[in-house]
Design a protein around this ligand. Structure first.
Ligand SMILES: O=C(O)CCC(=O)C(=O)O
Ligand SMILES: [Fe+2]
Length: 213
C-alpha cells in the first residue's frame, strides 16, 4: 500500500479531494504474523496538507526527505494503533503473495454542515449499547446523514474461492428450502397450511412441557 493520508472527501465512491476536518483512525491487527507492519511519518499530520493535491505519496520521495522520521510499528495481534488521519502512513509492502493479514479499522471524524453526507454508514448492534445517552447517540452518528459506500469495497466479487464455496453451499441449502416452501404453499390451501402448522406445533408441545417441569 502506498504512503497516503485518509482525509478523503468522496462523491459517491469517487475521490473528490482532501478535507481539513479533525479525525482519529483506530487500527487493530487481528492476525499474526504480520509481514507488513504499519508505518507512520512522525509529525507529518502537521504539514501533510501541503500535498493535498496528491492522493498517494511516492516512496522515493519519502525515503529522500523523511527517512529519519519513519516509525514502524511491529505490533502483535490484538494491539491497537490510534493515529491522526492527516498523518502520512502506509502498511509496509510485502512480497509473499500468499500472506493474509486481517485488521479491523474505523475512523472517528469531526463533522461540519458544509460536508453533509460525509462518512460511511454505521452498522450498530443495539445489544452492545448498555448505557444510552444523547452524547453516545451523537458519537455513533444517529440522525446524521452519511452517503459513502462501505469501505473496503466488499461483495461476492471480492471473496476468496474457499469462502465463495462455503457461501454457495449455504445458498444451495437455502434455495432448496425456499423451493420446498414455495411448492408447499402452492399445493396447500391457506386453511390446510394453518391446520398443518397447528398439528406440528402440538407435536412439539410435550417435549417443551417436559423441559419446563
Ligand atoms: O493496515 C494498515 O497498516 C494501514 C491501513 C491503512 O492505512 C488504510 O487502510 O487506509
Ligand atoms: Fe490509511
Amino acid at each position: 500500500m502506498p504512503w497516503h493520508t485518509d482525509n478523503n472527501l468522496l462523491q459517491g465512491s469517487q475521490f473528490l479531494r482532501k478535507h481539513e476536518m479533525q479525525c482519529l483512525v483506530f487500527l487493530i491487527y487481528l492476525s499474526e504474523p504480520n509481514l507488513s507492519p504499519f508505518q507512520y511519518i512522525e509529525g507529518s499530520h502537521l504539514w501533510s496538507s501541503k500535498y493535498d493535491d496528491e492522493i498517494y505519496i511516492s516512496d522515493r520521495w519519502v525515503q529522500t526527505h523523511y527517512q529519519q522520521n519513519i516509525r514502524t510499528f511491529e505490533i502483535k495481534k490484538g494491539d491497537l494503533i490510534i493515529f491522526d488521519l492527516h498523518g502520512i502512513h502506509r502498511a509496509r509492502p510485502f512480497k509473499d503473495r500468499h500472506h493474509v493479514r486481517n485488521s479491523f479499522q474505523f475512523q472517528v471524524e469531526q463533522i461540519k454542515d458544509e460536508y453533509l453526507g460525509h462518512g460511511e454508514q454505521n452498522l450498530v448492534n443495539a445489544g452492545f449499547i448498555d448505557n444510552p445517552s444523547p452524547d453516545l447517540f451523537n458519537y455513533l452518528g444517529f440522525g446524521i446523514q452519511r452517503n459513502y459506500p462501505v469501505f473496503p469495497n466488499s461483495s461476492i466479487a471480492t471473496m476468496a474461492i474457499p469462502e465463495l464455496m462455503k457461501l454457495y453451499k449455504q445458498l444451495l441449502l437455502l434455495t432448496l428450502k425456499a423451493i420446498s416452501n414455495n411448492l408447499a404453499k402452492g399445493l396447500l390451501t391457506g386453511e390446510w397450511e394453518v391446520s398443518l402448522k397447528r398439528k406440528l406445533w402440538h407435536l412439539k408441545l410435550p417435549s417443551s412441557n417436559s423441559r419446563k417441569s
